[in-house]
Ligand binder design. Structure first.
Ligand code: ADP
Length: 503
């Protein structure tokens, strides 16, 4: 159409000129030049449009002069003016439209360049089919997405088929090794494995709730067996309630996650080193702990033997000695079990853990340390504390570090004023552990560096304890904080959320 516009415009201009010059109708034929101006919109630039408008006005005047010669009837002059005004106004409006189209084209071009060249993969999707399916459910009085999950468990898969890919930028194509849009469209559904269904339901829940944005991570397996980790964001434009243009931006974070995993391994090795160092300090206490039950085994064994060696052996007494021996040996074995638990070098091993149990065990382990340092211990554990998902050994390491730090901090406090309070409680969405001492507190200049690796104020300190505590708690989705008033003791508090997803 645009190709023939110049020819059509020129033909109409000539036709109007001939008609206007040669005929003597009582109508303003020259008004038809507006068609020429409007047709020019298809091919002429802004300046050319003005020239064409001016040309049409010139032809109108020429026709007028040629057809009327010297005599100038008033009605003809009126018609000529009407034509000139119509052509002038149309040219002006066409000029404005052309300028607006230019701005729009520039913006479109800019958007296209961003879309195509940005380093983030962008998928443009049409969710209309999904929206219709949701609307059908809603009109059937389904209130919540969980109800769909119950009524139609296969819906997550079929929902994916209702979503259509309409465009994708180069980065997205490259990410998936797809040569073109068609190939990517075919590929996408095959990348979503069955074990991702839970994540699909979460995305559906967000769209069902009418959220404007949803962000999550997905692990996809490509056809050549590579495992890719993507961070994606689903953005629903506000002005598109029909969900016909949903933009999904995706970032390949595989390399970043791998680096983080390596860091985790390094951290767990470091934690192991620190744990073994702590164990070194504890060896003396533990040797003492072990010595007691072992000495009792020997004493009870000797007593049993004596009862046996009697002329008439007292078997009841022998039996009771042996029972005591078994109880003592079990005690010794428990101490060793704790010890082994602490020295196990393990990568995080998430399971349901009872923090109260960990506190009790750690306190038992530190009992001698507490006694020697004449610390008064107060333990206030919440009854029926909810379990959290976490690594038992790592969390024990945290509690151990905090208790040891507190005991050490009170070394120079007057006897009788060394108080250690340990408390566990349940908050709204997390469990909380607090350890409070009556030590010197933390000076301001120390406070900022407290959790930095290798920061220590102790002559033989390693400065890794609190840094490791924080890494462990962060890995558990929790956090740790310290508060203190110089001279009035220190409180360390950590929280770990329950209902945390693992992995
Ligand atoms: P380290 O014990 O090996 O020095 P930490 O990371 O455990 O390393 O602690 C770092 C520093 O934090 C300690 O050297 C000490 O100055 C300070 N600190 C830790 N706990 C306490 C506490 N309960 N009271 C006062 N200062 C503390």
């Amino acid at each position: 159409m645009a190709r023939f516009s110049p020819l059509a415009a020129a033909t109409i201009a000539v036709a109007v000129f001939i008609l206007d010059t040669l005929t003597t109708f009582d109508i303003a034929i020259a008004v038809l030049y507006v068609v020429v101006v409007l047709l020019s919109l298809n091919f002429a630039k802004k300046i050319q449009l003005l020239a064409i408008g001016a040309g049409c006005m010139g032809l109108t005047l020429l026709s007028f002069l040629l057809s009327h010669g010297q005599e100038l009837p008033a009605d003809s002059i009126g018609r000529c003016f009407v034509s000139l005004a119509a052509i002038g106004i149309t040219t002006f409006l066409a000029f404005r439209v052309k300028a607006a189209i230019g701005v729009l084209a520039d913006s479109e071009q800019r958007y296209r360049s961003i879309f195509l060249a940005t380093g983030v993969g962008i998928l443009q999707m049409d969710f209309t089919g999904l929206k219709h399916a949701f609307d059908r459910f809603k009109s059937n009085d389904v209130q919540r997405i969980e109800d769909i999950e119950r009524l139609d468990p296969g819906f997550a898969r079929s929902a994916l088929r209702l979503i259509k890919l309409t465009n994708a930028n180069r980065t997205a194509l490259n990410m998936f090794n797809a040569p073109d849009l068609g190939a990517l469209e075919q590929l996408l559904p095959t990348l979503v494995s069955d074990d991702m269904e839970g994540k699909v339901w979460k995305l559906l829940a967000s769209i069902w709730a009418g959220n404007q944005s949803y962000e999550a991570e997905a692990i996809l397996k490509t056809s050549d067996g590579r495992q890719l980790i993507f961070l994606y964001n689903v953005a629903v434009p506000l002005d598109r309630p029909a969900l016909d243009m949903v933009l999904i931006s995706i970032m390949d974070v595989t390399a970043r996650r791998e680096a983080e995993n390596e860091l985790d391994v390094a951290r767990s090795q470091l934690a192991h080193v620190a744990r073994v160092a702590t164990l070194g300090e504890l060896t003396v206490s533990i040797a003492h702990e072990l010595n007691q039950p072992l000495a009792a085994v020997v004493t009870n064994g000797g007593a049993g033997l004596r009862w046996l060696k009697r002329d008439v052996p007292d078997l009841t007494k022998v039996q009771s000695s042996m029972e005591s021996m078994i109880a003592d040996a079990t005690r010794a074995s428990d101490v060793i079990k704790h010890l082994r638990g602490l020295s196990v070098k393990a990568s995080p091993n998430p399971m349901n853990v009872d923090l109260n149990e960990i506190i009790e065990e750690t306190v038992t382990l530190l009992q001698r340390e507490i006694d020697i340092n004449q610390v008064t211990l107060r333990v206030d554990l919440a009854a029926d504390l909810r379990k959290v998902i976490g690594d038992r050994v790592q969390l024990q390491q945290v509690v151990l570090n905090l208790l040891l730090n507190a005991i050490q901090a009170m070394a120079h406090v007057a006897e009788g004023r060394r108080e250690l309070t340990v408390k566990s409680s349940e908050e709204e969405s997390a469990i909380m552990f607090r350890v409070q001492d009556t030590g010197p507190g933390i000076p301001l200049e120390v406070r900022d560096n407290l959790f930095n690796p290798f920061f220590t104020t102790k002559p033989d300190g390693m400065g890794m304890g609190l840094s490791i505590c924080r890494s462990i708690l962060t890995a558990h989705g929790g956090s740790i904080s310290a508060s203190s008033e110089p001279g009035a003791g220190t409180t360390f508090e950590f929280t770990i959320p329950f209902n945390r997803e693992v992995g």
